[in-house]
Design a protein around this ligand. Structure first.
Ligand code: SIN
Length: 310
């Protein structure tokens, strides 16, 4: 008889959860990505008897996340997800680009098991470090029957990869799912589930180029009062392949920027409109010659456009 899957693999990538400061009262002047993932797990006594495996995939401040680290992470996730004894994966990650990594992994893996990304807003040395509880909650989600897809767990809240956004630079509950709402919450290790888990079609890890230079060059530009086409034209001269534009409101663009974007399209550059508003999506209108990203904010729309171009 086949044994029930019970192992949770915890993959470390760095971030504030692994950060340290010389003063326990300092919540901002710390260095991210200092402690190994094994140390983070050891700091949570309640995980002592859990069936866990740990692996250090990277050790970065997530503002410096690279396509090479993303590929390595996706490959390690795919490897562990294919194991019969693995019930789910937890990824420890910096909060700054966590939502981009979440969307990247969801689009590449669309896993039938849970891949749970977590982190912390306070370093491991802080008086009130939030990392240990977030890690404990993330493991509970990775072990939960019925859980699937890529989610982020923070402050007892479970956010879907598509919806999760960092909305505060300091508060411990720094993440929101906006209009979509939470998938679930975690209370003393128990899940209260509100809506379905993320699903979708996987692009597959084989599509991800090993050579960093072969990832499509996609940049983000923003429409604003007084915008011009200068940045778009400059990017076209260096051979940009795709542009995401953070539009105003319901996908509207400054006319000078729009003119430059239409020139870029004529040169073969792929353009995707995203909205720079915090919540909501771009509704289709009779205007808007350029395709829109629906509800994906600019940073996730960039991931989306890049993956579509592979
Ligand atoms: C990071 O994103 O790696 C640093 C900031 C954080 O984790 O909160």
């Amino acid at each position: 008889m086949q044994k029930k899957a019970s192992t949770v693999v915890v993959l470390g990538t760095g971030g504030t959860i692994a950060g340290t400061a010389s003063d326990a009262g300092d919540n901002v002047g710390y260095t991210a990505a200092q402690l190994g993932v094994a140390q983070l797990v050891r700091a949570v006594p309640a995980l002592k008897d859990a069936s866990l495996e740990v692996e250090q995939v990277a050790q970065v401040d997530s503002k410096d996340m690279s396509h090479a680290v993303w590929r390595r992470l996706a490959l390690r996730c795919a490897h562990h997800l294919s194991r019969d004894d693995v019930i789910g994966i937890v990824v420890t990650h910096g909060t700054d680009t966590l939502e981009e990594t979440a969307w990247f992994l969801q689009r590449v893996l669309a896993p039938a098991k849970p891949v749970v990304i977590t982190g912390a807003m306070r370093p491991a040395t802080a008086l009130q470090s939030d990392g240990p509880q977030n890690l404990l909650d993330a493991v509970a989600v990775a072990q939960a029957p019925g859980a699937r897809g890529v989610v982020a767990v923070f402050s007892g809240q479970v956010h879907g990869a598509r919806d999760v956004r960092k909305v505060h630079p300091y508060r411990v509950d720094a993440f929101s799912s906006g209009d979509a709402g939470l998938i679930a919450c975690v209370e003393e290790g128990e899940l209260r589930v509100f809506r379905p888990w993320p699903e979708g079609e996987a692009l597959g890890v084989d599509k991800l180029p090993e050579d960093e230079a072969r990832w499509p060059h996609v940049e983000i530009v923003v429409s604003h009062a007084g915008a011009s086409g200068a940045v778009v034209r400059a990017l076209c001269t260096i051979g940009v392949k795709g542009l995401v534009v953070g539009s105003t409101g319901n996908g509207t663009l400054h006319r000078d920027l729009e003119a430059a974007l239409l020139e870029a399209v004529a040169q073969g550059v792929k353009v995707l409109r995203s909205t720079r508003t915090r919540d909501g999506r771009i509704l289709p209108t009779a205007r808007g010659a350029l395709p829109a990203s629906d509800d994906l904010p600019p940073a996730k729309a960039r991931v989306e456009l890049m993956l579509r171009m592979l």
